[in-house]
Design a protein. Sequence first.
Length: 340
Amino acid sequence: MPGVCEAPTVTVTVVDDEPAARDVLVRAARSWNYACQAAASAEQALELLETQPTPIVVTDLRMPGRGGIWLVREIHHRWPDMAVIVVTAGHDSDAAVACLSAGANHYFLKPIKLDEFRHALDVTQRSYRLQQETNRYRRQLEHRVHRQTRRTRQTFLSAIDSLVRAMEERDSYTAGHSLRVRRYSLQLAQALGLDRRLRRGLGLAAKLHDIGKVGVPEAILNKQGPLTPAEDQVVREHPVIGERILAPIVRNRAVLAGIRSHHERLDGTGYPDGLSGAQIPLLARIIAIADCFDALASSRVYRQALPTREALEVIRCGTGSHFEPAFVRAFLASVPATSR
């Protein structure tokens, strides 16, 4: 009774231009509890599979039209997980080998032996189910990794925020400096038309550009008078210290380069590496303008803030020697957005 039988295991597409041979394969597969759909040519089979794909295809090799080898190649190209069993006459063994090379899983010879056919179906079905289970497990694993990565990233960002706050609490005059530099940098990046990926890296680099100051003694950071040459040299180490602190946790080389090089100058007189021109990383050239502007427009322990107009004039005067000319033009054009 049909109502007593178990649900079909998997569905099989049978392809053969001979109605009698096709009927034998379909009847046999159904008797073993496989669901079936049938096609009389490779072209018809492909149309059928486009609307009703099945995990297993059983195809004759010699058929009118493009034939079995073409069908195997098309299936392997369009549906790599689909299994193919080739049925061929004895004198077509070389073509059968070609089918295996094209992506077929099994082949057997005519006249068809039903026990061989059943064995091929069962082995293919088991392989299919195993592959499905493997794919399901991989998706679950990827989901778990993604979720854990997201949690780790949140922990990382929280730690970074704590580092920034700890750094700025050591110097009340620079409180909020990193976030303002980030804002100015992103405004400049938008004016320059940088893509989203670069803007994301720039935002992180700008926020962390002074993180290395945690390694500079407070007595130097908060000194009211001019720095001695030795003290100035200590301050000049903060880009390198920042890169060293972040290298184990920030894998983006562009971000690290932006942090290390934000005090480089176009004319090569900057620090820590004396880079010049295009040697200076893109993110660093952007951060340099934003950093300098905010430093000029903010009160420091050794001087009062400059008015916005005067701060911008200093930036303009640094065109070509300190700052990238095109970046300065874009920054000055966005003055209304950057005014404090």
